[in-house]
Design a protein around this ligand. Structure first.
Ligand code: FES
Length: 109
């Protein structure tokens, strides 16, 4: 089973099982990480914002325009930010490292 390491705000990190085909949002939520995902993956919020380790960023499928537009609204945007609902786990991403951002902005409230 591939793995993802999530690094939380407090600096603690945890490696979790990451089933192939699941979104990174689903994997984070299944492991009780604080990633809201208010629109459940329909690209209508930016609360699933995560920060991809720079070493991994270039190995991921590039963001579509809709994702980039929505990401622009995320707080704490970085050069390696993505929306976790748009990223599906694959064998190639085994060992992926993700940092959770400090704040999210829920446009759906
Ligand atoms: S959960 Fe809303 S854009 Fe990802």
């Amino acid at each position: 089973m591939p793995k993802i390491t999530f690094i939380e705000l407090n600096g603690l990190s945890r490696e979790v099982d990451a089933p192939v085909g699941k979104s990174i949002l689903d994997i984070a939520q299944a492991n009780d990480f604080d990633v809201e995902g208010a629109c459940e993956g329909s690209l209508a919020c930016s609360t699933c914002h995560i920060i991809v380790d720079p070493e991994w960023y270039g190995r991921m499928r590039p963001a579509e325009e809709e994702e980039t537009d929505m990401l622009d609204l995320a707080y704490g945007l970085t050069r390696t930010s993505r929306l976790s609902c748009q990223l599906l786990m694959s064998e190639e991403l085994d060992g992926l490292v993700i940092t959770l951002p400090s704040e999210t902005h829920n446009l759906m409230i």
